[in-house]
Design a protein around this ligand. Structure first.
Ligand code: ADP
Ligand code: MG
Ligand code: MG
Ligand code: MG
Ligand code: MG
Length: 596
């Protein structure tokens, strides 16, 4: 996403509703104009880049307390100065994020395919961190932390904001997360409010609590609000707004493919890798001051933006009497708009698409009639079951041939594990694929390791024409497993038995451990790391880059075998063995302070 701009009045849900069909219809026209122009785009080269999200943390050393400092927007203004002056060859680019204690940093220009570039990833991350740190006060620190351990506890922000009930926060109606912690650019509060209004009630996130010896049983929170009381489940940590998910950080990567077909191929073959990387990067066992029984944030963020109505959830019968064509009641929808992908895109992956896909039939036939292939048409028609959530009054009537805002409106609020990104109109950028599941690691070394590992995996997939496809429902099963407490050591995953030759969906997958998947497979699938090493032996790599890559592969390999703990397990272990921990699942202020 470019610099955030907006035009005119932000439309709240009631005012946006009459334009829902308009945005969706024109969004499809914008996609078609763009597609026709770019389908035949000749060979682009590999370019790629990472995105790291950071939090600004304030340390009160006297009281041993940590808070999230709501200075992200103010810092972003300063960090964006060079870009706004159109200066070239910048080290970094900065974007505001959902919460006003966050910032997002990317390299200033995308990396190219040269091996030597692997040596600058970590250095660039270090420079970014330094750039922000230099703007901070002595008691503040920039931390690439996936979830703040006491997010939503009293006074977790600096400055603190008192909440007396849902009416304290008109945007989210949260009992815990102040509206003041939402970035003030109208996109963010508007998304928050419109998701809640479309859904018809507050967000409800229930995550199983880790039951320790002194944890009350059943564990029930004392909630002073009837709606929250009804939504909270016993033995779960209850969270009630978008900030609990979108206010978390992650690590993402985007690759440019040489053409649309290669982009589809990477999209498909990286999808089965998502759950594996989610578990290996898992970094978030603590929520709202409690230890949970999960290690990764995925289901939390999915629930945090779930705008489905009761009908769409399947909790009430579909009412088919709505005269407004695109509004509500049309589908029972299995997943939140933030979740894993539901279909593969390249033609030979069709037989692996075994999830029942909800599609907007009209959109699908428009696309098919325009000559889009059936799998891409189905993909877009599946994204189009969602409504737009934001709209600005001066951005309603657009030039469909040269603009893509309505397309991007729906596309960019389908927050899926992988994203298929068509070239933006009027730019030199090609077809891209985004890998979106990784959790942010605390150190630049770890973040660089994940980034380099995944980029190398794309080279290996393309060079050896590897086949990672399996029934996509099995990828979903893996996504569920990958978030569990200590999944790496306790779960077995579905993965291809043989990645070298085609196999039928019925017999292609087997259950395997992370260790075998990453480090020590068979002839039919030697494992990710041996394949990457084989690839590295076949290309020219400088000594320095080779050394860095070796260390990265070592980290990933030892995470996979359990020799090194995941970030989540390390955090869990730190809290449960802290001398002040009372075995009651509570992460106190001083424990959080010591952890950070
Ligand atoms: P979004 O938030 O929509 O995913 P961002 O603009 O924040 O997008 O991040 C885009 C990412 O893509 C960055 O990591 C950037 O370095 C990278 N990138 C930029 N241009 C290209 C390109 N031509 N090909 C591949 N990646 C690119
Ligand atoms: Mg971004
Ligand atoms: Mg981001
Ligand atoms: Mg308030
Ligand atoms: Mg991104």
């Amino acid at each position: 996403m470019g610099l955030l701009e907006f035009d005119g009045e932000p439309l709240t849900w009631e005012k946006l509703k009459p334009y829902v069909e308009h945005v969706k219809t024109h969004g499809i026209q914008q996609f078609l104009h763009n597609y026709r122009r770019l389908m035949q785009r000749p060979g682009d080269i590999l370019k790629w880049g990472d995105e790291v999200e950071y939090m600004i943390i304030k340390f009160d050393h006297t009281n041993r307390k940590v808070q999230l400092s709501l200075r992200g927007e103010e810092l972003c203004e300063i960090l964006q100065e060079k870009e706004k002056k159109k200066m070239k060859n910048l080290t970094s680019l900065w974007r505001p994020e959902y919460a006003s204690y966050m910032v997002e940093g990317t390299p200033g220009v995308p990396y190219m395919g040269y091996m030597a570039q692997f040596n600058v990833v970590e250095a660039n991350m270090k420079m970014r961190r330094k750039e922000v740190q230099e703007l901070l006060n002595d008691d503040e620190q920039i931390v690439s932390l996936t979830v703040f351990p006491r997010l939503g506890c009293i006074d977790f922000t600096y400055p603190p904001h008192k909440i007396t009930g849902p009416e304290s926060n008109p945007v989210s109606r949260s009992l815990f997360f102040p509206d003041e912690a939402i970035t003030s650019h109208p996109r963010f509060p508007l998304l928050t409010q419109n998701i809640r209004l479309r859904r018809g009630k507050k967000i409800a996130i229930n995550i199983p609590i880790f039951k320790d010896t002194n944890t009350p049983s059943p564990f029930v929170e004392n909630l002073n609000d009837p709606e929250s009381k009804a939504a909270a489940k016993p033995d779960h940590i209850y969270m009630d707004c978008m900030g609990f998910g979108m206010g978390n950080s992650c690590l993402q990567l985007t690759f440019q493919a040489c053409n649309v077909e290669e982009a589809k191929l990477l999209y498909d073959h990286l999808a089965p890798v998502c759950p594996i990387m989610l578990a290996l990067s898992a970094a978030s066992p603590l929520y709202k001051g409690y230890i949970s029984d999960i290690d990764a944030r995925w289901q939390v963020i999915a629930a945090s933006v779930d705008d489905r109505t009761n009908e769409e959830m399947g909790n009430e019968p579909l009412k088919n009497n709505n005269p407004v064509k695109f509004l509500f009641f049309r589908h029972v929808i299995q997943k939140s708009r933030y979740d894993s992908i539901d279909s593969f895109l390249s033609s030979n992956s069709k037989i692996f698409n075994d999830i029942n896909l909800e599609v907007d039939e009209e959109v699908k036939s428009t696309l098919l009639n325009a000559g889009i292939d059936d799998l891409l048409a189905q993909h877009i028609a599946h994204l189009w079951i969602r409504d737009p959530l934001t709209l600005f009054s001066k951005k309603i009537d657009l030039d469909d041939e040269n603009e893509a805002d309505h397309f991007e409106n729906i596309q960019s609020t389908n927050w899926q594990s992988m994203r298929f990104k068509p070239p933006p109109p009027g730019s030199s950028i090609g077809w891209r694929v985004e890998f979106r599941v990784c959790e942010a690691q605390l150190t630049d070394f770890e973040n660089a390791a994940f980034v380099v590992f995944i980029v190398l995996l794309t080279r290996v997939i393309l060079t050896y024409k590897l086949d990672f496809l399996m029934p996509i429902s099995k990828v979903d099963t893996n996504m569920e497993k990958s978030q569990k407490n200590n999944a790496i050591l306790t779960e077995k995953f579905h993965f291809r038995k043989n990645v070298m030759t085609s196999q039928s969906p019925a017999c292609c997958a087997q259950l395997c451990s992370f260790k075998s998947n990453c480090t020590e497979g068979s002839d039919e699938f030697p494992g990710f790391i041996p394949l990457i090493r084989r690839y590295l032996d076949s290309v020219e790599v400088g000594v320095e880059a080779r050394c860095s890559i070796s260390e990265y592969l070592n980290l990933i390999g030892k995470r996979a075998s359990g020799e090194y703990m995941s970030a989540a397990q390390w955090i869990r272990h730190f809290v449960t063995s802290h001398p002040e921990y009372k075995h009651d699942s509570v992460v106190s202020d001083s424990i959080a302070y010591d952890l950070l």
